[in-house]
Design a protein around this ligand. Structure first.
Ligand SMILES: *[C@@H]1O[C@H](CO)[C@@H](O)[C@H](O)[C@H]1NC(C)=O
Ligand SMILES: *[C@@H]1O[C@H](CO)[C@@H](O)[C@H](O)[C@H]1NC(C)=O
Ligand SMILES: *[C@@H]1O[C@H](CO)[C@@H](O)[C@H](O)[C@H]1NC(C)=O
Length: 472
């Protein structure tokens, strides 16, 4: 009797698939076997484009050949090459805040490979090719220099199982896209070759893959929402402006957490860094520097790219690797495109957290005086801005620490005399102001929603930073 009782769960498991073959899906002539986990099935690490290696390095993503054969889709594919940066942890930061950053995985380096264009699909276990479920496509952040779909906080199975409980089941998709100097090389040569913004092009290619294949998983390709955070949210806003605002039917709604169209400038503004990398790798003076870069051993190119400043270096949010106006896909500066009305006419949500600038001000703790504050803005953050404008800015963002960010913290959370001031300024310049510009221009023309999150507001020195949205 007792033995029998012990055996029942085992048999149930066996019947429900614990030991049976995992869920499978047929794409073209290929069969992909995923993982059954609770109420969801996961299909992980499916290549969605040809590997961007060899002669396909620094090329637009190429569609994958029709699938054939049998494949396991039971593990995440590698991350794309990540920028080598160190998270600055200011001395005196309380363990509560350190633990938050560590738990959020900020600073973790994931296994990476140049062959990284892989996609994941998580669906309700009961979905069939007739289900026609809505689809959400997740685009991670990380300043276009870090990040991957395998990041534990991006576990889509929680989203899908929750959607089942709510009675509104969905399918979750996430893709890796090229980052840093592999995905966002910028120069005149890059512009002329039509290979700007490759990281965004990879995202777009993944959306084309969704159109072609999501039906086989039980998804409805006409019901795709794109959803992202930070650089992922900014990427989404740029997909709304790219291609002259034509979505090509790839998505019908957008959800942006902590990221709006930024004044990214022209792609030729990246020339100096491009020239440095070309020189560093011995590619100057060759007849075709891009071809030379394509032929380099991965490690040589990666080492040269890693010398460039990252998001946690002194210049912080003045990112060297980011989308830029490339003349073809993103035809102009995003703010100009908004003013021209070149915006996809789809409903969208865009929201920020209260203290977006704090984490990014850990890199500038040696800015401690009024003069250094102004110098930082004029000399680093916003090169070319006039002294009159900087003086005006300094009167708007005063040195009064009770006015800085994290907001509503009075005389506390003062890492240095200028810390809260810089955090306030950076949060507004990179997050709140672009969001307002976008919203003010689009509300009334299409359905828009907005939020301001103050979740976990009491985190010392950080306040409500955006990565906190994923803490459970
Ligand atoms: C199967 O797919 C691979 C990879 O795309 C391709 O090289 C191969 O030719 C295909 N085989 C058949 C029989 O179609
Ligand atoms: C908003 O966009 C419209 C085009 O849709 C443009 O005519 C208008 O000038 C813009 N307004 C602002 C304040 O930029
Ligand atoms: C702060 O340190 C960085 C190097 O880490 C340096 O480039 C910068 O000039 C310093 N700023 C000030 C105001 O001392």
């Amino acid at each position: 009797m007792r033995l029998w009782i012990l055996f029942v769960p085992f048999l149930v498991n066996l019947v429900l698939g614990g030991l049976a073959a995992g869920p499978s899906v047929v794409l073209d002539s290929g069969t992909f076997t995923g993982i059954a986990s609770g109420t969801v099935s996961q299909f992980l690490g499916i290549p969605f484009a040809q590997p961007p290696i060899g002669n396909l390095r620094y090329r637009l993503p190429q569609p994958i050949q029709p699938y054939n054969g049998s494949h396991l889709a039971t593990a995440f594919g590698p991350a794309c090459p990540q920028q080598n940066t160190n998270l600055p942890l200011p001395p005196g930061l309380p363990s509560q805040s350190i633990n938050f950053l560590v738990n959020a995985g900020i600073g973790v380096i994931f296994p990476d490979s140049e062959d990284c264009l892989n996609i994941n699909v998580i669906r309700p276990a009961t979905a069939t090719s007739n289900s026609k479920l809505p689809v959400v496509v997740w685009i991670y952040g990380g300043g276009w220099e870090r990040g991957t779909t395998s990041f534990p906080l991006y576990d889509g199975s929680l989203i899908v199982s929750r959607s089942i409980i709510l009675g509104t089941p969905i399918i979750y998709v996430s893709m890796n896209y090229r980052l840093t100097g592999f995905g966002f090389l910028a120069s005149k040569e890059v512009k002329d070759a039509g290979i700007g913004n490759l990281g965004l092009q990879d995202q777009r290619q993944a959306l084309r893959w969704v159109q072609k294949y999501i039906g086989a998983f039980g998804g409805d390709p006409s019901k795709v929402t794109i959803w992202g955070e930070s650089a992922g949210a900014i990427s989404i806003s740029l997909h709304m402006l790219a291609n002259n605002g034509n979505t090509e039917g790839l998505f019908r709604a957008a959800f942006m957490q902590s990221g709006s169209p930024l004044p990214v400038g022209d792609i030729t503004n990246g020339q100096a860094l491009y020239d440095t990398i070309v020189a560093e790798t011995g590619c100057s003076g060759t007849s075709d520097a891009l071809d030379c870069l394509r032929s380099l051993p991965y490690d040589t190119l990666k080492a040269a790219i890693d010398k460039s400043p990252g998001i946690f270096d002194y210049q912080s949010l003045r990112l060297v690797w980011s989308p830029r106006a490339d003349g073809t896909f993103i035809t102009d500066n995003p703010q100009k495109l908004i003013q021209q009305g070149v915006v996809a006419s789809i409903p969208f949500v865009t929201g920020d957290c209260d203290d977006e600038g704090t984490l990014f001000s850990f890199s500038t703790l040696n800015v401690t005086t009024e003069v250094q504050f102004k110098d930082y803005i004029q000399g680093t953050f916003w090169q070319g801005v006039s002294s009159t404008d900087v003086d005006h800015l300094a009167t708007l963002y005063t040195s009064d620490i009770t006015q800085g960010s994290p907001y509503d913290t009075g005389l506390t959370d003062v890492l240095t005399p200028q810390y809260k001031r810089l955090a306030s300024f950076q949060g507004d310049a990179v997050f709140q102001a672009p969001r307002r510009f976008f919203l003010q221009n689009r509300s009334g023309k299409q359905n828009t929603w907005v939020y301001l999150s103050k979740r976990f507001k009491t985190l010392p020195y950080l306040g409500s930073v955006s990565a906190i949205l994923f803490q459970r």
